[in-house]
Design a protein around this ligand. Sequence first.
Ligand code: CA
Ligand code: CA
Ligand code: CA
Ligand code: CA
Length: 474
Amino acid sequence: MKAMCKIAAITLVAGWAATAQAGVPVVPGEIIYDFTTNGYVCDPDDWNFFGPIVTDFGWDDTAEDGSGAFIAGDWIGGGWGMGSGVGIGPFAPGQPLCGSEAPGRDDIDLDVTQGTGLSMRLRLELPPGDLPPFTQGTPGARVQFQLMDPDGTVAVLPGLMSATRPYVNRMYPPSEDWQTFTFFFAGLDSDFDDAAVAGSVPGIDLTDLEAMQLIVRPGPDSQNVNVLHFDEITLINEPLRPWADDDADGDVDLADFAVFQACFGADLTPTHPEVLLFDFEDGDQGWASFGAYGTDSGLLVNGSVGQGRYHVADFDINTNAFGIVDVSPTIDLSAFTGLKFDARMVDVAGQTPFGGPREFNLVLGIGETEFVQILTATTDYQTFEVAFADMTPPPAPFHLADPALEIRLVVLADGKSGVVELDYDEFVGVETVEAPCKRMDANYDEAIDDVDFLNFADCLLGPGVTDGFYSWCY
Ligand SMILES: [Ca+2]
Ligand SMILES: [Ca+2]
Ligand SMILES: [Ca+2]
Ligand SMILES: [Ca+2]
């Protein structure tokens, strides 16, 4: 990464013709773009955007490692046009919002022949559900990856084709969670996606890449502002694996077909296995209670399941401090996408009745950095389920893995009076696990049907990666 930046700088100073330089070898495992060089906030690692409807682009401090890139587009009125996206290389960038760079970029001069493909971390942020004029924001963004070489060859992930293979669509629909997408070079096609490929000379020259693009396309129902977050573009050297190769032995044969048949029509809804984190059956389990209004706290005989914990606060005590603050021991939540727990807020017999909203905050805290979800309790136990992605702000994966991370339950003193007892129990970490048949969904439409079968049949019994297997098999 550093070496590459230096070479780019020398090229600028010397004013060499971009194509005069051979590719700089990249070793497998090397992160080519980590989006940590942000001389201009709008052009992280010198990437820029192109195409209409882009509303914003730039550096992304919500990335997993705290430094990535994002592109936002508004799909109202027809959506992102053909070729909207981001990239780096000597192509016309179109409409730089920040105006920090002139159109065009230097040749990226990369030799990626030591690897089999590129991986990238990606996450799609969908709009809130109630933005006018549409009643909902609809997922459906798909991403294509595209490489260009000096003689004009363009290699791109196969997308929808109008004539020869209408069923092939290997463009990825990113989820709302960070995912690793793998783009095998063998899976990039320079013949079939007429819409995305113009004037190509067959054969991408991996010894001397000029440009790299991430193209974002709307789905049929995409609406409102969608934000694509991306990071860590890395050269990989993993063995090629066709999408239909269920047993990962490098071929698509009748054994894989048996799995495909069994998956035909399968439910692809992800499952959400749960891991019990705190149930307080053997004590406080490291939880502690704070807050200036607190009058009593500790283990509770009547939790929602067996024992729980409680914390009583008297909001008539006149200080300006926090009401209730209960804190877990430090915990690694990086395996989870959300938390579930039971809680209620009740009056205390013989004490001044509680006044004000029974509102409390679930907080993920790292020192003074806080990620908050405001919740409203009742006097009965209810189960609260909070997706980390819905918190304000959403914690990044590196936050969830922070050794100082703790769960906090907070009842703020604002607008409250009298005495209230917060009871809580049964903290559970929620994972999201994809359905095992997901791999057999060739066109990522959440159904395994005839269309996938046609694609499977095309990829079945291919003798090798270059002869008989096609780019849409990867
Ligand atoms: Ca990064
Ligand atoms: Ca196989
Ligand atoms: Ca319990
Ligand atoms: Ca499908």
